[in-house]
Ligand binder design. Structure first.
Ligand code: CLF
Ligand code: SF4
Length: 486
């Protein structure tokens, strides 16, 4: 099995810490530092949910079980018939499971992946339209794994009919995909919906969907259930409108807003793909996210998972857990899960001190301009990956206000079979457009020189350090000050 799960033994290397206190990132659920100013009961709900807490995604894994194949609407960006094990986008899965098969699979994964903290049902159709299979799966799993959090994702049309059931099953996390609040715009995204026994089309369909989504959102937040809203950014269709969507969901108590780029390709057979509708460029997505600052809290670390994804965000172990590879009655040892959580608690305390170090460094350069840096990491909040092995980079923006997570850039692993591949390097360089420096655990001389020629500094003097402290120390040094721990 290939995995970027954090080995228990790799945790606990850190730099010396100053006195308690401080903090350098913006304080929200999307910050890198974790709890921030969240009330204890909310932090308790999100602290091991890799989607609801950016900090938690360094430590915890999710899995989806594809038990809900049916859907009650049609989105122009969806074609659930398309399946490829390498494809990563919502709606796609390799096998559909019964609730019993899903429960078996969850147990097998929990036994081998101690980082697993969340079971999500995200299709491949709609979890609330196929509600019988969804709730039956949770019922079977909660008996064996009471420490697992449950999560559902829905288009919202059937949601108002299941608010009580969601609360009864202790489902604290619900994602609603809301792409519009204006039905005229919705008509360009949804050709039809199936509601109350008949098909509706056009603006009428979008209006019904919108009203049901808002009703579901309001009633969930009134019950104290955390709601994340996913919005697909579709250039020329709803990109500007998403500012209104952000305001509308904030007013109704949404916990997070996740703006995702449209994935569009004619080969996927979607209406948008076949019509040549393009997705947004990374810079367009970032510009919109920056414009949304101050509205509903933003999620920036989404990986647009498949409906059967397994593992840390950004990795997918689903092919290691197909039904033919799972025993009829999988064994389960809870001890590694307990041990792993103890390690994470220690690591979190340690990392909190590291954030204080970073703050001290940044205070030395109060007026320096912002820099954008990329990091090679396998998780744990550390710089712990060789440049040649990185298939994606985490991107951070740094200035005197803090080290802020900005998103991910997918690339291609430069190192192929022990040798650097120049073609892959071109892909990597394209992915690093606009980046000032890339932080690596290790890098060869050739790619280091190539990066330099492209105007990107390869920083390799902080292997296995915390991301925040390393970036802050580098920034303080480059822009005028000396590191607080130099
Ligand atoms: Fe799955 Fe979604 Fe729950 Fe997470 S995913 S149902 S909230 S457990 Fe997460 Fe994947 Fe993005 Fe979804 S990274 S697509 S936001
Ligand atoms: Fe596809 Fe989900 Fe849209 Fe249904 S709601 S059409 S499954 S993307």
């Amino acid at each position: 099995m290939t995995s970027n799960v954090v080995p228990l033994t790799s945790i606990a290397r850190s730099r010396p810490a100053p006195a308690e206190g401080g903090g350098c990132s913006s304080r929200s659920c999307g910050s890198s530092e974790g709890r921030g100013d969240l009330p204890p009961h909310i932090w308790d709900k999100v602290k091991d949910h890799p989607c609801y807490s950016e900090e938690a995604h360094h430590y915890f894994a999710r899995m989806h079980v594809a038990v809900a194949p049916a859907c009650n609407i049609q989105c122009n960006y969806c074609n659930r018939k398309y399946d490829c094990a390498n494809e990563s986008r919502p709606g796609v899965t390799s096998e559909t499971l019964t609730s019993e098969q899903a429960a078996r699979k969850v147990l097998a994964v929990a036994d081998r992946v101690p980082q697993l903290s969340v079971l999500g049902i995200a299709g491949p159709g709609d979890s609330m339209y196929d509600w019988r299979r969804t709730f039956e799966t949770f019922r079977l799993v909660e008996k064996r794994l009471p420490d697992l959090k449950f999560c559902v994702s829905t288009n919202g049309l059937a949601l108002p009919d299941h608010i009580d059931a969601l609360a009864d099953h202790n489902i604290d996390h619900v994602t609603i995909t809301i792409n519009m609040t204006d039905p005229e715009i919705g008509a360009a995204i949804y050709p039809w919906i199936y509601f109350n026994g008949r098909r509706h089309t056009g603006v009428e369909a979008a209006r019904i969907l919108h009203e049901r989504q808002m009703e579901g959102l309001e009633r969930l937040t009134a019950r104290g259930i955390l709601v994340k809203v996913n919005s697909v950014m579709i250039p020329g269709v709803n990109d500007r409108h998403l500012i209104e969507v952000n305001a509308a969901i904030k007013a109704r108590g949404a916990f997070l807003h996740n703006v995702m780029p449209l994935i569009s390709d004619a080969a996927h057979g979607t209406a948008f793909g076949l019509a040549g509708q393009r997705g947004p460029r990374p810079a367009e997505l970032k510009e919109l996210q920056d414009r949304l600052a101050g509205g509903a809290n933003l999620m920036r670390h989404c990986r647009q998972c498949r409906a059967d994804a397994i593992g840390m965000l950004g990795e997918d172990l689903s092919q290691d857990f197909t039904l033919d590879k799972i025993a009829d009655e999988p064994g389960f040892d809870p001890e590694p899960r307990r041990l792993y959580r103890d390690v994470v608690e220690r690591e979190r305390a340690d990392r909190g001190k590291a954030v204080a170090i970073a703050s001290a460094d940044l205070a030395r350069v109060p007026d320096a301009p912002a820099r954008l840096v990329a990091v090679c990491t396998k998780g744990g909040g550390r710089i712990n990956q060789h440049f040649g092995h990185a298939a994606e980079f985490q991107v951070f923006e740094v200035d005197a206000r803090g080290v802020r997570f900005s998103g991910h850039r997918k690339a291609d692993t430069y190192c192929q079979g022990g040798f650097g591949d120049d073609d892959k390097l071109d892909v990597v360089l394209a992915a690093l457009e606009g980046i000032d420096a890339v932080f690596v655990a290790k890098i060869g001389r050739c790619p280091k020189n190539d990066l330099k020629a492209a105007g990107i500094e390869a920083v390799d003097q902080y292997p296995f350090d915390y991301i925040e402290t390393a970036i802050a120390a580098w920034y303080a040094e480059r822009l005028g000050g000396q590191s607080a721990i130099a």
